[in-house]
Design a protein around this ligand. Sequence first.
Ligand code: T3D
Length: 261
Amino acid sequence: MTEVGYEVADGVATLTLDRPEVLNSFNRPMAARLQASLDRAAADEAVRALLLTGAGRGFCAGQDLAEAMPQDGGDPPTIESIVRGSYNPIVRRLRAIEKPIVCAVNGVAAGAGANIALACDFVLAAEHASFVQAFSKIGLIPDSGGTFLLPRLVGLARATALTMLGEKLTAAEALSLGLVYRVVPGDALLAEARALAGRLAEMPTRGLGLTKRALNAGLVNDLARQLEVEAELQGEAGRTEDYREGVAAFLGKRKAEFRGR
Ligand code: T3D
């Protein structure tokens, strides 16, 4: 079993969560495989954008709940060790990889699966997709960055309702709350997500990566510090080949050819 499919085409690495019989819920091998796949895509210069999706009818149902239960008399892993070992490294990577990441939510996204989707840069959802902060129903708290990102995305009052009540949101509701970039018909989802990731991969991807770094910093900085971050990162963007190419193409009235350098 591969657990996470990995394919590269046209500058886009597609990572597919692949345990469809349990709605792609995470056991530790799948989490480790996703971490390794994210590292591989981050390190590969030919990869300029990532696409994350799920196999089958679900995107990801969060933690595989059978894994945390005692098996064959052995001690189950502690929940804390699962969160530290599986989810925290995934979310840190999704936010730290300086390449755009598109998430194509092809079905239900529950628990850690929902928050992993929200940690991506663009969330495209199929019309039939849904999002559920399932944690409260089993007595847990939101993890995978949910308590950090949700209040910033939808405000504290809505984040409180979503996480405490654990009600399922339709894709349309998620769009209206600002959790999702676009909702598309299910049969068009993958093509739309590939087109978006492909378009991003042809852009000045060093600049996009630095934009992501600046946006991450802006989630926690005050204005004075953030203006400094912008000045520093703009300096870095201004030293890229893509910046020179962009300006030359504009002045030469031709289409720019960006290389992500
Ligand atoms: O160790 C720790 O717990 C710490 C980490 C926490 C992070 C978390 O993510 S906690 C939250 C864990 N996730 C959940 O609580 C969600 C549980 N699943 C559901 O509530 C529902 O399955 C869904 C709302 C996601 C989808 O419902 P539905 O009706 O579309 O599908 P289903 O029939 O419930 O599920 C289909 C199959 O997938 C089913 O197996 P079966 O009966 O066909 O053999 C079901 O048992 C399996 N499945 C779904 N989610 C999980 C799962 N198996 C294991 N773990 C799951 N999370």
